[in-house]
Design a protein around this ligand. Structure first.
Ligand SMILES: Cc1cc2nc3c(=O)[nH]c(=O)nc-3n(C[C@H](O)[C@H](O)[C@H](O)COP(=O)(O)OP(=O)(O)OC[C@H]3O[C@@H](n4cnc5c(N)ncnc54)[C@H](O)[C@@H]3O)c2cc1C
Length: 443
């Protein structure tokens, strides 16, 4: 059997690539390891019709590829949890407090926070996201952990603790294990000016459910094969061969690899340069889990809380994903403690932590779900973690193609997210079609 293009992985990236390839006249086969499409977007439906998201949910103003795709698919964008009334809650061992500033901040900590933000603003403004390697201070800023940057900028202990808490809540790696350059580049590409701003990055969601974006794309494709994990990719200009774990070999003129970096490392890939493969395999993920609890109503509002929280507990953050549904993330720094517990204990402790945040009403959800994304073999993570030295370690070949071998996926964009998946998926399709037009392979 032969296709023009094989796409490996049916997440948002692979499906976006396949959709555009098919629209461009290519015969496309999508091979997906799981028995469902969507990858890191996944949803379940409650009996009352609410669609509950177990993976990616929200997007921001700069996520133009994703927003454009949603419009093309005829789906609807609505305000996300950012519009939820009430105030943020912070949970640390010595207190649970509600309000804009952490309770442990003094006036001089607020001044320190503002001066650190000003220092960060300068770094963000100095970065051209598409040309990281042209930055005169790349090496120093990439080697420098974000924690050390904050210390150099004069952050007080209270300010460091507040930033650490934000990063536990984001679950993309502690401030001590993040490259300052990568962090600042993410803000630059996302339209931010200094520290991560949820109002900019997370203010919208798809009303029909974010996984509906993937399901809608898959419904328009004619050859998506589920339960077909790929174990080997052989690339040659005379024709490529992709082999599934079951031993089936499928041939094509080009291959688009659309899997996260962990599963990509598990594949045998031949016919691609060592440099390209080394760069691909050098990336790493932050491991996180998602815990979701559905209630009949948003009871947190009774106490003036908006269900957005940052915590030093096993759960690092919560937010309201929709009416009455709480999402929570377990950050990399707590993942081992969470996974090492038996499921009943894990469940009970997660609800107890929610009760510590929002009161005993949190102990009796209608239903809960736990997704251990970090140890899921087909994800092996959550989002890319750019540790100190990783921007230079992955190097300028990041996200690049070596025709007829193409890559896409949120790992292949500087900032991850569903935007990264759609943006790189569509770009990979354009690159394949351009190359095919040159060689006359696709009419
Ligand atoms: C809990 C959680 C919350 C998130 N929240 C947000 C959010 O709110 N906003 C946001 O923008 N982003 C969020 N993200 C990130 C976002 O969901 C991902 O970046 C994006 O969906 C990744 O898409 P992708 O296609 O690149 O990769 P994936 O979705 O991981 O798709 C890759 C596909 O490849 C398949 N695969 C793997 N190995 C093989 C193999 N050997 N053979 C064949 N197929 C294989 C996988 O099964 C999967 O379907 C979140 C992620 C998680 C896990």
């Amino acid at each position: 059997m032969k296709s023009d293009v094989i796409v490996v992985g049916a997440g948002l990236a692979g499906l976006s690539a396949a959709r555009d390839l098919a629209a461009g006249g290519a015969t496309v086969t999508v091979l997906e390891a799981r028995d469902r499409v969507g990858g890191r977007v996944e949803q379940v439906e409650l009996p009352d019709g609410r669609r509950v998201q177990l993976g990616g949910e929200v997007v921001g103003n700069a996520h133009t590829s994703y927003l454009g795709l949603v419009a093309e698919l005829g789906l609807t964008l609505v305000p996300s949890y950012v519009a939820e009334p009430g105030e943020i809650t912070r949970q640390v061992p010595e207190s649970v407090d509600v309000g804009t500033w952490p309770s442990w901040f003094t006036d001089s900590d607020i001044a320190s926070y503002e001066s650190v933000e000003a220092a960060l603003e300068k770094v963000v403004a100095s970065i051209e996201p598409t040309d990281p390697f042209g930055h005169p201070d790349l090496h120093r800023l990439d080697q420098l952990s974000f924690g050390d940057f904050l210390r150099e900028a004069g952050a007080t202990a209270a300010v460091l603790r507040a930033f650490d808490l934000v990063h536990l809540s984001l679950s993309d790696g502690s401030i001590e294990r993040q490259s300052t350059f990568a962090y600042a580049r993410k803000q630059a590409v996302g339209g931010g000016t200094a520290a991560y701003d949820v109002a900019e990055w997370e203010n919208q969601r798809v009303a029909e459910g974010s996984a509906t974006v993937a399901l809608t794309m898959a419904a328009g494709l004619s050859d998506v094969r589920l339960a077909s994990p790929v174990s080997r990719i052989a690339i040659a200009s005379t024709g490529c061969a992709v082999t599934t774990r079951a031993g089936e070999e499928i041939r094509a003129d080009a291959v688009v690899l659309a899997v996260p970096c962990g599963p990509a490392r598990d594949m045998e890939i031949i016919g691609v340069s060592d440099e390209r493969l080394t760069s691909l395999r050098r990336q790493r993920h932050a491991w996180a889990a998602k815990f979701v609890a559905a209630y009949d109503r948003p009871f947190w509002r009774d106490n003036g809380q908006n269900a957005l929280s940052e915590s030093e507990g096993v759960i690092g953050s919560t937010w309201p994903q929709q009416e009455g549904v709480l999402s929570a993330l377990v950050p990399p720094e707590r993942y081992a403690a969470f996974v090492a517990s038996d499921p009943d204990t894990r469940h009970r402790e997660a609800l107890e932590q929610l009760a510590g945040l929002y009161g005993d009403r949190a102990l009796t959800p209608m239903q809960t779900w736990t997704r251990l994304w970090g140890t899921d073999p087909w994800t092996q993570g959550y989002v890319t973690n750019w540790r100190p030295g990783d921007v230079e370690g992955v190097g300028p070949l990041h996200g690049t193609h070596e025709p007829p071998f193409y890559v896409c996926g949120s790992d292949q964009w500087v900032a991850g997210y569903m935007e990264g998946a759609v943006r790189t998926g569509r770009a990979a399709a354009r690159a394949v079609l351009k190359q095919a037009a040159l060689t006359g392979e696709v009419s």
